[in-house]
Design a protein around this ligand. Structure first.
Ligand code: PLP
Length: 410
């Protein structure tokens, strides 16, 4: 039943109560039992996000001349990101609305670059490992680019040889993830960089998940392999502020090795009666709040704050990995950041996923092989032992004859 717009307005307290009522069916992510969709760095960060967002919620990043404040904050955030990701002096970037936006715009830049720098007349293609995010497929669907997904190695990583074999003169981009979403593993970006240099290919690193955690895990002593502009074959990187940057939703960054390359992303149009319109990203209007909240959270946490938050993520991951291994599960590959997936050949992981929901856990799944999947936040360090105990409980409740369940979490 379609509900009509109310004839008269309601008082804000009434609406607040109604919204709280709507939310009663939502996952209770603040209690730490959600390990997908939300990055929970604690109440203090949440407050900074909220208040900084509200301060600039009506301002529009589309108009840097009108809002030099936002321009300045965006430039500083981009500078923070480039500093973390070994951006050379000539590197540049922008804030976008999210990972999908960053990826789409990087693909657009690579496509326009290929069109200009190569004499390809036929269909274009993009080569990526099977584990890469579907945002690339969406971008390619929009731009009518063929997607060539290549098989993974036995360790669930991108296979540079397979990707090299799939690439040809019409390849606009090759992709590596740092890390990929299904397994939380960092692809062999160094080998992909070598491939890119040898064949003059555009290598994009999808660090949507890892861009704002991997540098800090490395500072904390983690043995993180090179994955960013440190590698000369990397031409662009996507890194989401609204994931492990702990910023408010609607904020990602896309970076280019040089401002020259970034020019291929920008849309600059004047052939209409409304005057010149220059948009760096897919959006027209760009919410000022997403930019101001990102600026505020990054300055609120600083290097020390991020290191401390990410140390808790590492602690949660290590505790859960050891706990589920003790229960007979196998962790897929060697995850080093905030995502891990684990399976047990003799258990129906999809039924386990459903069973764990009975105890309030809302997590992800990986389908190849069928596994439980967690994207961890600092808050999970507090509930890791409870999760392991509940996995043990769920194992006892899911017999061989349990109904087959198809998880739906999107
Ligand atoms: C590796 C990776 N890339 C890209 C994306 C897309 O990001 P967004 O949902 O912000 O569009 C995700 C989302 O989870 C991701 O995990």
């Amino acid at each position: 039943m379609r509900r009509p717009l109310p004839q008269t307005g309601a008082a804000w307290p009434t609406l607040q109560a109604e919204m709280a009522d709507y939310a009663t069916g939502d996952v209770r992510w603040r209690d730490g039992k959600t390990a997908v969709y939300v990055f929970n760095a604690g109440r203090d960060v949440e407050q900074v996000q909220k208040e900084a967002y509200a301060l600039f919620q009506s301002e529009n990043g589309l108009g840097p001349a009108a809002f030099p404040s936002l321009k300045r904050m965006e430039e500083e955030v981009v500078g923070f990101g480039l500093g973390l990701l070994h951006g050379p002096d000539e590197a540049s970037g922008v804030i976008t609305s999210g990972g999908t936006d960053s990826i789409t715009m990087a693909v657009k830049a690579a496509r326009d670059f290929a069109r200009k720098s190569r004499s390809v007349t036929g269909p274009l293609n993009l080569v990526l490992p099977r584990s890469a995010h579907p945002a690339f497929d969406k971008a390619c669907a929009l731009m009518e680019i063929e997607v060539r997904r290549t098989p993974l190695t036995a360790g669930y990583l991108a296979d540079p040889a397979a990707m090299g074999a799939a690439a040809d003169a019409a390849t606009i981009m090759i992709v590596g993830s740092a890390p990929n979403f299904p397994y939380g593993l960092i692809d062999p970006i160094e080998a992909l960089s070598d491939l890119a240099l040898a064949r003059d290919l555009w290598l994009h690193v999808d660090a949507c998940v890892g861009g704002y955690i991997a540098p800090f895990v490395r500072m904390n002593g983690g043995d993180i392999p090179p994955f960013d502009f440190e590698l000369p074959g990397v031409r662009s990187i996507s890194a989401d502020l609204h994931k492990y940057g702990y910023c408010a939703k609607g904020a990602s960054t896309v970076f280019f090795r040089s401002a020259e390359l970034q020019k291929y992303m920008t849309f600059d149009f004047r052939d209409w009666p409304g005057g010149r319109m220059v948009t760096p990203t897919l959006a027209g209007t760009r919410p000022g709040g997403a930019i101001s909240a990102a600026w505020a959270v990054m300055n609120f946490l600083g290097v020390e704050g991020y290191r401390a938050k990410h140390a808790l993520v590492t602690q949660a991951r290590e505790t859960i990995a050891a706990g589920v291994e003790a229960l007979g599960f196998r962790v897929l590959g060697g995850p080093q950041l905030g995502i891990l997936a684990f399976t047990r050949d003799d258990a129906d992981c999809m039924a386990l996923w459903a069973k764990l929901r009975e105890r309030g856990w809302f997590t992800g799944v990986t389908t190849e092989p069928k596994s439980l999947h967690l994207m961890l936040s600092p808050v999970h360090a507090q509930v890791a032992d409870e999760y392991i105990a509940d996995v043990k409980w769920a194992l006892g409740g899911v017999g061989a004859g349990a109904a087959k369940v198809e998880p739906r979490y999107s």
